[in-house]
Structures are given as structure tokens and as C-alpha cells.
Write a protein that binds this ligand. Sequence first.
Ligand SMILES: NC(=O)C1=CN([C@@H]2O[C@H](COP(=O)(O)OP(=O)(O)OC[C@H]3O[C@@H](n4cnc5c(N)ncnc54)[C@H](O)[C@@H]3O)[C@@H](O)[C@H]2O)C=CC1
Ligand SMILES: O=C(CO)COP(=O)(O)O
Length: 341
Amino acid sequence: MDIQRAAVIGGGSFGTVVANILADNQIQTVQWMRNEVVASAINTSHTNPDYLPGVALNPELKATTDLLAAVKDADVIFVSVPSHSVRQVVTSFAAELKPEQALISTTKGIEHDGFLLMSQVLAEICPNNPVGVLSGPNLAKEIGKRELAATVIASENSELRRNVQDALSCSYFRVYASNDLYGVELGGALKNIYAIVSGFVAALGMGENTKSMIITRSLAEMSRFAVALGANPLTFLGLAGVGDLVVTCMSPLSRNYRVGYAIGQGKTLEDAIKELGEVAEGVNTLKYVRARAIELDIYMPLVMGAYEILFNGAQPKDVAQGLMTGDYASDVEFALPKHEI
Ligand SMILES: NC(=O)C1=CN([C@@H]2O[C@H](COP(=O)(O)OP(=O)(O)OC[C@H]3O[C@@H](n4cnc5c(N)ncnc54)[C@H](O)[C@@H]3O)[C@@H](O)[C@H]2O)C=CC1
Ligand SMILES: O=C(CO)COP(=O)(O)O
């Protein structure tokens, strides 16, 4: 299967950049969205004024509000709506799909019921279609401006991986392959929690050593959780692990970081989300991961502290003090297990 026609489901910032890369690569691409005004702006002025203002989109990119027309002839369908909408949107076109049409999730979130990642939701709804995940350090606003970036296509299907590499690789976007679907996807979802934590740290004016400590201990915590759930920890050394963690924890372009920053400045969670006006997946992911960590007895002090700040009104400064005085721990648990320190 060569990818000649693609559909992108979702009219937000990331859906638009994926659709634009495909169009830049001369793939016939239709982007589906609910908003008629944005669809018309993409078709006539080649911009998405709501989510990527100032970015000139490829004039060949077509937008539509007709979901079935968008997916009908697509060789591959990129699903780029927030995680809370994926099941509903995909269910509404699943019965129309032919088994050779592939589905690729770009959504970095978790479904509450059953703790399902998006590729698992896709596989459940469309059990006969090939499934993959695209994840990595991919701030949409930079890629929209065609600044250089790299990502990971993860799938157990090697033909699908190669086809997506062909479809998305270009002078400003490099696509690496992985067969660890679960690890790649978990990395993309988990790092959003730590971007919120990094937002607190930045708002409190903490130093560079502090920021480095938080990012590194976040990686330790993420991989501890992932291993407990059966993922390959080595995946976390790649772009979808440490790569995405670093960019999201360091950049004010990250919406999750901005939510943490606003709360660190004293705003309420409700106001922080309202001001953002875009999706910050980490807020719900934090709730679901905390519950899972408690259920499976996985040590996740940053998750527990972030939860207290976001949902129970704890002060970031007090939580930070508590973390600094916790039990002694191992730097790299895969080298020195906790029980051996
Ligand atoms: N923006 C970024 O830099 C990146 C985002 N992602 C992930 O991509 C996913 C989508 O994010 P963005 O495009 O950035 O979000 P966004 O907030 O920019 O846009 C979300 C879009 O989905 C639409 N939407 C929401 N619910 C819907 C429903 N029920 N039916 C139809 N459309 C619906 C909204 O109207 C909006 O057009 C998220 O999981 C995010 O974590 C992944 C990589 C980078
Ligand atoms: O996933 C992203 C970058 O890789 C985008 O992060 P935010 O959702 O926090 O903006």
C-alpha cells in the first residue's frame, strides 16, 4: 500500500500541521473538522486562523466538514482530536472503512475507562484495520513554520511504518521507526504531566539545576510506570520519551506547561484552562495515572505532588519541600535497584 490519499481528523493545531506536511509531500489530503468557518479559511485563504495564525498552509490542502467524504478514499487516516473525543469520532465512521485503510493516532492522552491508550481504542473500534501511532517532540506551532523536527511512527506493521515514513518525511520533518507501540504512546501521554510540573517550577522562578532535576526525575518516574505496565524502558531513551519530555518541559509553547505556569502564578485550574482555549491532555492524564499508580502500588512522587497542587489546593513550594526530603532513592533504578541502595 502506497499512501497517495490521506485524511486528517481534527481541525486543531496538530491535525493542521500533519495535514500540511502531507500536502507539502504531494499527497492528496483532506482535513476534517466541525467548524465551517475554519474549513472555509483553509480552502480559500490557506490558513487556520483559530489554531495556527500566521502560518501559510499548502494551497493543495483541502478541508471539509463532511466526515464520511473525508475518510472514504483515504489510504491512511490520521486521528488528531483530543483523547476524550477519539472514541466518539472514530465510531461515527468505522463502519464505512475498508480493511486496508490504516489508522494513525497522533493523540497524546488516555481513556479513563480501562486506562486505554488511543491505539487500543482504535484497535477496539476497527479491529480489521492496521493501526499506528505518531509521537515525538512536535510542537505544532514550530512545525507549522516548517522549522526542523523529528518524530516517531510506531506500529507492529512494518509496511505501515515504512509507508508513513514515506508520506511524512520531508526537508523539515524526519520520521524514525519503532515497533514499541505501547511505549511510544505512553511516553507521549505521560510527559504532559511533567510539563505541568515544569510549568510550576518556571513560575516559581526556580533555577536551572532544579529544572534539570525535575526533567530527569520525571524520566525515571515515567519509565518506572511504563515498565510496570509492560512497556520497553529503552523506548524512553528515544524521541517519543526523553525527546518529547524535554521539549514539553522547556517550552512555553506547550499548553500543558502553560497550565502549570498559570497555576504556579496563583491562578485556579479552571481559569488556567479557560485562558488556554486549547486542549491540555495532562490534566486528565494526571488523574488517571495517579489512580493507576495507587492501584498498582507504583512509586510516583511527582505525580502525587502534582495532583495535590492541581486538585487539592496544595502550594507548589510546600510540595517541592516534601519531595526534597523524601526517602533516599537510586539514580538509575535499572542499574541500582531501589532495594539495593
Ligand atoms: N499541538 C501540538 O503541539 C501537539 C498536539 N498533539 C496531540 O494532538 C491531539 C490534538 O491536539 P491539538 O490539535 O493540538 O488540539 P487543539 O486544542 O489545537 O485542537 C483540538 C481540535 O479538536 C476538535 N475537537 C474537539 N472535540 C471534538 C469532537 N468531539 N469532534 C470533532 N472535533 C473535536 C477541536 O474543535 C479542535 O479543532 C492532542 O491529544 C495533543 O496532545 C500531539 C503533538 C503535538
Ligand atoms: O505534545 C506536544 C509536543 O510534542 C505538545 O504539547 P502540549 O500539548 O503541551 O502543547
